[in-house]
Design a protein around this ligand. Structure first.
Ligand code: ATP
Length: 349
């Protein structure tokens, strides 16, 4: 069992707080993605779990065993770094075999595992090459193969596909998902690519400024953002937000339309939110949108509008005739409307 428990982990770099008291449990064999913008603390958290960085506060347990005072090699994990950390003077074979030799595995076992993982990562024709002669994408795959060859209980990966071209990246993503599902590994995977996060993760932890804002399955993070930030970060284009004014208990006026929304005495102000793909053009009775720009996206149109001075984007079918300068009426799918507290930025459910 390789459950990973992170309790109250904080990290201070001088006066700067890179992580604020992180609590997160990753289940045995779970694929957890840490997703967030550059600088939000993803790599720092991964390095702390790996033992390459010491937390300023908090505890880390792997499989129930406290590890935060153990050196990296005693934590039972394999890692793939952003800069790959492979040895240019060794062949691809020896790079993949490196950890297995350290573990003093028998030669035939080393050969078996190196060949198998090299095949999985499509680098078997390169096994005799010196790693210094490889492209960035090939080196990145060597780094992934080396980690997989260890058959670890826990694997930590920091943007392992970032250097591959779009097609290879897609292929490797599918491959990795299959390999890791079979291998029963617990995985923590850092990326700032939300499509990669959505496709790979059992759960996504969305990070912002050193905190985890929401940790949930991809569909949940997408459909029910726990906070305004999550809605604005996940989804391309991001969620739309519009001001709402109180009409009567549970009724709110949004850009000239009245919607059922949060009721109760405590709710004084709310913000209305809807995803661009969750609106439909109508002939009457919708939100009036002054169209600024229309961009064809294959099967859809991305329509960027002005709604009473607020930016609003819609993704609609490309058979609708719409041009810049027109005013169109859009109606939101009511079950997709979300509400946020403008003060705390938290979702109101
Ligand atoms: P990226 O996607 O760009 O790799 P990240 O989310 O992984 O970003 P981190 O590398 O964890 O971000 O960095 C989090 C913050 O901590 C950043 O503001 C960074 O500048 C700062 N930081 C990281 N390492 C150090 C260090 N050794 N000393 C001082 N500040 C640091």
């Amino acid at each position: 069992m390789a459950e990973i428990e992170i309790k109250g982990v904080a990290k201070q770099f001088g006066a700067f707080k890179a992580l604020h008291s992180i609590d997160l449990t990753i289940a045995d064999q779970e694929f957890m993605v840490l997703l967030g913008a550059s600088g939000c603390g993803k790599t720092t958290l991964l390095r702390i779990i790996a033992g390459l960085e010491t937390p300023s506060e908090g505890e880390i347990r792997i499989g129930g065993r406290r590890v935060d005072h153990l050196p990296p090699r005693s934590r039972g994990i394999a890692m793939v770094f952003q800069n790959y950390a492979i040895f240019p003077h060794l062949t691809v074979f020896e790079n993949i075999a490196f950890g297995l030799r350290m573990q003093k595995q028998p030669e035939d076992e080393i050969r078996r595992r190196v060949t198998r993982t090299a095949e999985m990562m499509h680098i078997d024709p390169l096994l005799k090459r010196y790693s210094g002669q490889l492209s960035g994408g090939q080196r990145q795959r060597v780094a992934v193969a080396r980690a997989l060859a260890m058959e670890p209980d826990v694997i930590l990966m920091d943007e392992p596909l970032s250097n591959l071209d779009a097609l290879l990246r897609l292929e490797m993503r599918t491959e990795l998902k299959g390999i890791l599902a079979q291998s029963k590994t617990t995985t923590i995977y850092v990326t700032h690519d939300q499509v990669e996060a959505m496709s790979l993760a059992d759960r996504i932890s969305v990070m912002h400024k050193g905190r985890i804002i929401q940790a949930a399955p991809p569909t949940e993070v997408y459909a029910h953002p726990a906070a305004r930030f999550v809605g604005s970060f996940i989804g391309n284009p991001p969620m739309n937000f519009l001001q709402a004014t109180w009409v009567s208990p549970g009724k709110w006026m949004v850009a000239g339309m009245v919607f059922d929304g949060p009721g109760g005495e405590a709710v004084k102000s709310v913000e209305f939110a809807i995803r661009p793909e969750d609106v439909r053009p109508v002939a009457e009775g919708g939100i009036a949108c002054d169209v600024r720009v229309v961009e064809p996206l294959g099967p859809h149109l991305l329509v960027t509008c002005d709604v009473q001075g607020q930016l609003f984007r819609a993704v609609i079918d490309n058979d609708v005739s719409v041009q810049a300068g027109e005013t169109i009426l859009l109606t939101p799918l009511v079950d997709r409307i979300r509400w946020f507290d403008p003060e705390t930025q938290a979702a109101i459910t």
